[in-house]
Design a protein around this ligand. Sequence first.
Ligand SMILES: C[S@@+](CC[C@H](N)C(=O)[O-])C[C@H]1O[C@@H](n2cnc3c(N)ncnc32)[C@H](O)[C@@H]1O
Length: 488
Amino acid sequence: MQFFKTISFVEGESKTLTISFNDKEEDLYSSLSDLSSNDIRNLIGVNSLKELSELAYTEHRTLSQQAKYLASDAIKRKKILPAEVTFKAGKNDPFQRWYPYIEGYSPSFVKTLIETNNISDTLVYEPFAGTGTTVFAADSMGLDTVYSEINPLLRSLISAKIEVQSLPIEKRKCLAIDFLRAYENVMSSLGPVDSNLMKAYRNVFGKSKYFDDAVLKNILQLSYRIKEQEDALVRSLLNIAVCAILVPVSFLKKQGDLRFKTSKERETEVKYISDVLPVKVSEIYEDILNFDYRLSASHKCISPNAKAIGGADISDIGAVITSPPYLNGTNYIRNTKLELWFLGRLKTDADLRILRDEILTSGINDVKSSYREAYSICESSPLLNSVITELKENAYDKRIPLMAVCYFSEMMLVFSGLASKLKNGARILIDLGDSIFCDIHIPTDKILIELLETLGYNLESNQVLRTRRSRNGSVLSQFLITLKYIKV
Ligand SMILES: C[S@@+](CC[C@H](N)C(=O)[O-])C[C@H]1O[C@@H](n2cnc3c(N)ncnc32)[C@H](O)[C@@H]1O
């Protein structure tokens, strides 16, 4: 059996190289098959076909052999694969697949970080837990964690996963059966609708039409029946299954941000509940039943809001592993508004506003002019100061410089509050991307490093994990920042 992967190189005119893999090279092929050309070029450290030809000539290999040699060498040296730093690498893993979260990274990435940084026998803090990737990867390496996550949907997802994976295997079999029975029971007699949920829909979304009428009715009926189920964990698992299919059955699409599907997308991409819900339920059922991993360490949400970590009752944190929100306009609450509504977390418009005020400011709609005092953060970073001056002069929207200063002052709030909770010498690993607004590059990584150094966080390394292109074609990067905290 032969496998093929084509990489493109851009050198004046585009050129491509198709690499062939035989049976024995299947593992290498699987590591590379999902990577983009850009990712592979970064991995092998070669940008042009000319450069690759020269190396191949010197080392007496064909072009295909040389590319495979460089790729397998990079992987052997434990270079993190670019795909691992996205959610993609773990998206089919048991439990990870319950609620796909494109903003997340993969368990294998976190495990590699723990291994390569020799993090052992210490408490790990994850300030922006998302779906809990750090928490579960740390457990598999025997590490206790404490975490923060502001989004109630994600907190309930993490709690349900912890609860299930803490059960002994025999109890999990009973849970899987109870879950499936409850689902069949819910579906067998859909009748009344959840009128409170309908009221909340009107209060929060007004006249906006996110679902076909029949689909909305069906969702309200599901909610009514799920609420009748006695067991809290079973209810929570059923809610997760419904939350995971809400966007697919709606007129909305998550592509970075949540937006309406185009009329063409509406023809093919609006799924039927009867198609997608049974699939999600069977994934959850199978994972409960078959994934025989039991958590060995302890995991606790200490403060939902990372900005309030300074007030949490915790000490002796030895490592922080996290991927904070990027300064890119994504609003993590708005992106999950359908799910939050379904879970009863959004009853009025004010609920949405409260959550949006609590999240780390990273989107343009999160900023208010009353946040002006945030500009004082520029005094601590000359780099930020010059970026903000440029943004003030050129940004088409005055909220853009304000959003940037809010982002950095809130990050400082998290890391200054955290400082007193850390052990001397604690290791901080941050996966972060840079940004571009109005053609002005914001070196988020470098600004954050400059700011954190004022708090006693010392830079050990700043490594490019992968590169991507922004809408205007400029190259943006994803970095792994490694710092060591030294008490002052
Ligand atoms: C890039 S995502 C992290 C994804 C995570 N690494 C994973 O694999 O699932 C950033 C997360 O930070 C959360 N967040 C934003 N503001 C927060 C705050 N003030 N406190 C705690 N979490 C916050 C968002 O809800 C989002 O889930």
